[in-house]
Ligand binder design. Structure first.
Ligand code: FEO
Length: 403
């Protein structure tokens, strides 16, 4: 069922309460997600985006109840990824000649995926579509999230259709930011940024500057996932600007895995040392094999320091830590420090491997890794606590200097 957003704009997307992983198994969606599509009715009628392929038929049938499909004058495809373009093949069977407005890269992406010679109309930033009493202004937004991504600005209603940017994998029947739990929303919005958009920080920052410099009135931001930003819509733009610029909070995150608990003892000693110096320091601890990887990555994104631990196995590190570090490297977090730790029974390569992987992921190492043979004894645990104290002292000094 469509939801009216303004007199001339309605939401015609799909709320997906069932989905628990997105991008295959890469991204966990604890609160489901939504595929937002929008219908603008003026003298001309425009459909913006569609939904993921499993819901294609349902989408088209519901759309038919809203409008005679032949009354759709234009389709705008802001991004070709299948979660937005998946219903196009079904829709285009019904209205095969309807022009599809997208970027030049959008044409490549849609042709490459669907192998159809639809009536594509490539557009660039600044091009407009006259709808009667309104105009739709196109703004290319390369790499937010793919090279084909694009925003649209609707005059009169002052709506920015931002596609993936400013979205959340967060399903709600309430549809607007002022109607949902703000803590849940903040958590899903930053998780989405930390797990999808950080590799493109520079482009995000540039696009935000460009948007703000246009001085357009913005009454709503309508992304393609999650809720619409209606109450103080620019709050998410400001948040993106912060997140895109070497973001960090006063937090240390400890991530480790262990076979027999010896590496955990080191994690706990580091924690104890830090707490002795600064009991108020926010410290989060995860055994990666028992935690949600995307949630842990979000916590690392929030942090100043990552303490990463693994015991040695087969001259390497534990597989769950290796997978976590692979993701970390791809996400290209900036302005963060790290220290490795780990126990071993024999050869003990883990800390060296962790150090190499952490440096490759862009982290500055605080020190040589903490490496213990077998189970740490009282003296070793005290030495490790002292490392924790040193980290807390350094963070306190840096905070004092920054104030
Ligand atoms: Fe929601 Fe990049 O697709």
């Amino acid at each position: 069922m469509a939801t009216q957003i303004t007199d001339h704009v309605s939401w015609v997307g799909k709320t997906d309460w069932e989905i628990r992983t997105f991008h295959g198994n890469e991204y966990t969606t604890h609160h489901g997600t939504s595929y937002n599509a929008y219908l603008i009715r003026d003298e001309k009628t425009v459909l913006i985006d569609s939904v993921w392929n499993p819901y294609a038929e349902e989408f088209v049938e519901k759309l038919k109840k809203e409008i005679d499909l032949n009354e759709i004058d234009y389709i705008v495809m802001n991004h070709g990824e299948p979660d937005h373009s998946g219903a196009l093949p079904y829709l285009m069977r019904e209205i095969p000649d309807t022009p599809i407005y997208c970027t030049g890269n959008g044409v490549k992406s849609l042709r490459g995926q669907y192998h159809q010679d639809w009536n594509f109309v490539p557009v660039k930033s600044g091009d407009t579509l006259d709808l009667g009493s309104r105009q739709l202004v196109f703004v290319e937004a390369r790499m937010l999230h793919w090279p084909d991504s694009m925003f649209n600005y609707l005059t009169e209603d002052n709506i920015l259709f931002s596609n993936d940017a400013f979205g959340q994998h967060y399903c709600s029947e309430q549809l607007f930011n002022d109607r949902v739990d703000p803590c849940e929303l903040e958590k899903e919005a930053i998780k989405y940024y930390a797990n999808i958009l950080t590799p493109f920080n520079k482009l995000v920052d540039k696009k935000i500057t460009e948007l703000l410099d246009m001085n357009l009135p913005v009454d709503m931001i309508c992304p393609s996932h999650g809720v619409i930003w209606r109450d103080n819509p620019l709050q998410i733009v400001e948040a993106y600007r912060e997140w895109a610029n070497d973001y960090q909070e006063d937090q240390v995150t400890i991530v480790y895995d262990t076979m027999y608990g010896n590496t955990r003892l080191l994690a706990e000693a580091l924690r104890d040392g830090m707490k002795e110096i600064d009991p108020g320091l926010r410290i989060k601890i995860f055994r990666i094999s028992q935690a949600d990887q995307n949630d842990v990555l979000t916590e690392v994104f929030r942090s100043k320091v990552l303490l990463a631990g693994s015991c040695t196995i087969n001259n390497g590190i534990l597989a769950e830590m290796a997978g976590f570090l692979e993701e970390l490297e791809g996400l290209k977090y900036k302005n963060k420090k790290a220290l490795s730790f780990g126990s071993s029974g024999w050869s003990g390569e883990a800390t060296q491997i962790l150090d190499e992987r952490l440096q490759k992921a862009g982290f500055e190492l605080l020190d040589e890794g903490i490496k213990v043979l077998w189970t740490p004894d009282t003296d070793f645990l005290e030495k490790t606590r002292e490392q924790g104290r040193a980290i807390a002292r350094q963070l306190a000094d840096e905070s004092a200097t920054a104030q």
